[in-house]
Every structure is written in C-alpha cells, then in structure tokens.
Design a protein around this ligand. Structure first.
Ligand code: ME8
Length: 511
C-alpha cells in the first residue's frame, strides 16, 4: 500500500484561527481524503507552533501566563479541526515533551556534525515574521513583508547555511518538481543563487523556547524548533520506528507563500546537514484578502471560519475556497463571490440535478432504484465521458490542482443535466415508456453516485448524505476504477431516501 504523508504548517498560537489557516488545513484535508480513496495509507499532520518572542509578548500583553495562553489558543485550533471536519491523524504541539526531545536531538545532531557554532548576531529581526532580514532586504525601515523590524545584537549560535548553497542548487536542479508552482521554484532558486549567509539559530534576549542543549542561556530559533515538528510527529528521533520508516520523507508540505523561504531553503538545508532525506514536494499556495483588503486585526476584517460555516455551511465554505482560485494564486474572499459560487455551482447545478432525479425516482418508481432495460448509445456516451472525466479529476487532484479538479466535477454534473434534458424522462413517463424511463433514471442515479464519490474529498458531508440516501456508507467510497466507474453499483432492492435540500439557494441581498 502506498504511503502518503501530508502536512499543514503548524500555526502560531498568538491569535485565533482565521480563514487563511482554514484554507491550508482544508486543502490538506481534501488531499488526504483524496489519497485515502486512491487506496493509500495517509498520515495527515497539523498542529500549533507555540514558542518564540511573538507568542511570549502576546501572552504578556494579555497578562496571562504563557503556558496557559498557548494551551487555550491551541485548543481553538484543535476545535477548528473538528468543526472543519479535518481528518488529521495527529495534532502536534511544539510545547509537548516529545517534540522538545525531538528538537533537542535534532540540534545535537547538527552540533555533532559540525554544523552549528557560537558567535554573535547583529542585524534586523521581525517579531511578527519571526525572521531575520539582511540589510539590503529592508525597505523604508520595514521587512519585505511590511512588518516592523528591530535591531538585535546578542550572542547566538549559527547554522552553517552558506555551506549548503551549492548542494541546495543541485537539489533544486535535480528535482524541478520539488517546489510548485514553478514561479515559487524560480523564486527560491534565485534567492539561493544570490548567496546564502550562515543563519542565526538561537536567541538569548527572551526565554520562551526550547533550551539549547548544553547552554541554557539560549533558546532555539523558533523556526528550527518548528520545522522539526514534521519529524517529531512520526517518531523522530527514533528513525527506526515503524511510523518514521513508513512516512519519512513527507510527500507534501503545503504552506502559504509567506513561509516559502523557511520550507524551501532552511528546511532542506537542515535536513541535508542532519543527513536525513528531503521531502518530496513543497506546494506554496497564494494569499487571501478579504473584500480586497489585507486581513488584519486593526482593520477589523479578520474572517472567523466558524462564522462562515454557521452562516453558509461547511461544504459550501470548503468548496468555495478550493474552487474559487487556482491553488498557488491569490484570492479575494468576499460575500458576493461566495454567494455567487454557491448559487451557480451548488444550488443551481448540483443541487438541482439531485432534486429532480430523486423526485422522478420517487414519483415513478416509489423511490425504488430502477433497473436498466434498453441501453442505447446515449447511455454509453454519457458513461464513457464520465469515465474519462474521472481520470482527469484524479490527475488534477493528485497534482493539488483543486480548482481544476472541481471544475471537472461541475462539468460532469452539467453533462448529466444535459443528458436528462435530452432524454426528457418526464415525457417518457407521460408516454408510459417505462423501459426507457427506468434506463434513463438508473443512468442518472449511477452518475450522481459517481459525483457523490468525487465530491467527498472537498464536500464530505454532502457526499455522505447522497451516498446514504442511495444505500451506502463511507466504507464503499473508492476511486479504484472497478468501484467508481461501475455503472451497476446501486442495488435494485434499495428505496432512495428523500434528502433535505443539500444546497439551498442564497438570497444575494442578505448582509
Ligand atoms: O507561519 N491567506 O504560522 P502562521 C492564505 N508558525 N493563507 C494564509 C493566510 C492568508 N491570508 N494567513 C495565514 C507560521 N495563512 C509558522 C509556520 S511551519 C513549520 C511554521 C496560512 O500562524 C498559510 O498556510 O503565521 C500560512 O503559511 C500560514 O497560515 C501561516 O500561519
């Protein structure tokens, strides 16, 4: 069985989760669900990044003990996992004892391999980004991200990043698919080609972090600590443990474009220096604005995913995020586009298809799944088109092209709607042509069943509702061609259960 290891970034616990965090997590969850239906054994990891100055200051500003503060914010992220129906196999916290041991072991490995030395850091640091910046990166006194920077001078351990410039370049060239999209690959390559300096990997001016082994006046740089989470979660430092052997190297690190440098440069360099295999793919997605504005607390426009879910529904939210913009591009989260997308694709197209086919089955066959009698070219043509499109869906999904994959689903739904419009089952019923009527409705029901499989990764709730009304449970779901492409899947003994409206149309004027 093929193993797949998928990770989200671990989120800082300085504040509540918002739509940006939900986006990455939903993408990873959908990818995990997809690979499970492809027959793979998946390990899906998410969690929280709980050390560093930013978090220490957030707790101090609120006058809360830091550990209590991180416990409560991490809890918000964990409960978001369940309200978004994330199927993560583990939730890692960097304040856990296991992770601390793992990060300390990783540090010691780098020391033992001559990769870390003690010196003094003098330069710019952004607390918000938890990042060091070179003098030539500072624009108008700010970091390239727009964050404030402060001048820092303190004793610091350094990682010999400069030694890894050539091996990294060779690695990128040998693995052109390591980073996607291509524009991000080029960005990383250019950055590394422009020269790497050794990286400061410890701090002495605050205490909220993992103590440096052998020198407790230093805490590890939060990014070194955080990146190691991907190893800790699967058993590191026990590299001979079953889970580590099974799942390392990771198949997909999925991150926002804001943290590309950490994952595309520092992380592979750390791993090379520790003599561990490198992850297979790093996918950097784009950035969401809200109603064309950067999301920020000061603007008061931070979108709480729980509020969107309670107003529009979980599947609708998940669908919108993955359908609206190609993964990798930036997107704008607006009520107008959310409503337009739900109404066009889900209410009018998919919802309408299900309603009319289920209603005609109820009316003409008391809900019993009809058998095929005379299968004509029209049925063969539809089935063959669907089978081809299912392959295309898989191709896009496995390449994290969620938007393209979902547009394939909508194409299938439109094809089925068109088939029904052409076959006119209502006329067949009127003319008492029962054999054609049963064939047309059976073909439509089987096609809807295919759609219910395909929407599962992104819209698990609706998928399972449709499937259940057709007489099946989650265990029947599979993307293996024998299952998904089997147009004799449904049982003629089953009476289709009526469904509440899956995707109610939303009034555009609501505010
Ligand atoms: O960077 N649009 O944590 P973080 C899209 N702890 N995605 C967004 C977003 C937006 N507006 N805002 C946030 C950290 N994200 C580190 C990671 S990993 C070893 C350590 C998502 O809480 C996106 O995935 O700042 C981004 O990379 C991540 O949240 C940053 O989360």
């Amino acid at each position: 069985m093929k193993k797949i290891y998928i990770t989200t970034p671990i989120y800082y616990v300085n504040d509540k989760p918002h739509v940006g965090h939900a986006y990455t997590s939903i993408a990873c969850d959908s990818l995990s669900r997809f690979y499970r239906l492809m027959g793979c054994e998946v390990f899906f990891l998410t969690g929280t990044d709980e050390h560093g100055l930013k978090i220490q200051q957030s707790a101090e500003n609120k006058n809360i003990n830091v550990q209590d503060f991180v416990d409560s914010v991490s809890e918000n992220f964990q409960s978001l996992s369940s309200s978004l129906m994330l199927t993560n196999d583990y939730f890692i916290r960097t304040t856990s004892e296991n992770h601390k041991k793992s990060a300390s072991f990783f540090w010691q490995t780098l020391v033992d391999r001559g990769q870390i030395y003690l010196d003094k850091y003098a330069g710019w640091y952004s607390i918000r980004d938890e990042a060091y910046y070179q003098e030539d990166e500072i624009v108008d006194g700010k970091a390239p991200s727009g964050s404030d920077v402060e001048w820092v001078e303190e004793p610091s351990y350094f990682f010999r990043l400069s030694e890894w410039q050539e091996p990294l370049i060779k690695f990128y060239r040998d693995n052109p698919d390591f980073i996607s999209p291509k524009s991000r690959y080029n960005e990383v390559l250019k950055f590394v080609e422009s020269g790497l300096r050794d990286l400061s990997v410890s701090r002495t001016s605050f205490t909220w972090g993992i103590k440096v082994p052998g020198n407790e006046s230093h805490v590890m740089y939060v990014w070194l600590d955080a990146l190691v989470n991907y190893l800790s979660a699967i058993g590191y430092p026990d590299v001979s443990s079953e889970s580590f052997k099974k799942f390392w190297p990771a198949d997909f690190h999925i991150v926002g474009k804001d943290i590309l440098r950490f994952h595309g440069v520092y992380w592979p360099a750390f791993l090379m220096a520790a003599d561990l295999p490198l992850p297979k793919r790093l996918v950097a997605h784009g950035w969401w604005t809200v109603e064309k504005e950067k999301m920020s607390k000061s603007l008061g426009n931070v979108v709480d995913p729980n509020e969107v879910v309670s107003e529009f529904g979980l599947d609708q939210f998940r669908y919108f995020l993955l359908r609206e913009v190609p993964f990798g591009n930036d997107g704008d989260f607006s009520r107008e586009s959310l409503i337009a997308r739900i109404n066009a694709d889900l209410a009018n197209n998919l919802g309408n298809l299900i309603n009319r086919v289920f209603a005609m089955t109820a009316k003409n066959f008391d809900g019993k799944i009809p058998g095929y009698s005379d299968i004509l070219e029209s049925e063969h043509a539809l089935q063959n088109k669907i089978i081809d499109l299912v392959e295309l869906f898989k191709k896009h999904f496995s390449a994290t092209e969620f938007s393209k994959a979902l547009s394939v689903v909508i194409e299938i739904v439109s094809l089925i709607n068109k088939y029904i419009d052409t076959q006119k089952p209502w006329s067949l019923a009127k003319n008492e042509n029962t054999s054609r009527l049963s064939t047309v409705l059976r073909t439509s029901l089987e096609s809807i069943r295919v759609v219910s499989f395909l929407i599962y990764p992104v819209m698990p709730k609706s998928s399972l509702k449709i499937l259940e009304s057709l007489g099946f449970q989650e265990e029947s779901l599979s993307f293996s061609p024998e299952k998904i492409n089997n147009f004799n899947f449904l049982s003629e003994d089953w009476v289709v259960k009526s469904l509440d409206l899956l995707f109610p149309k939303i009034d555009k004027n609501i505010s």
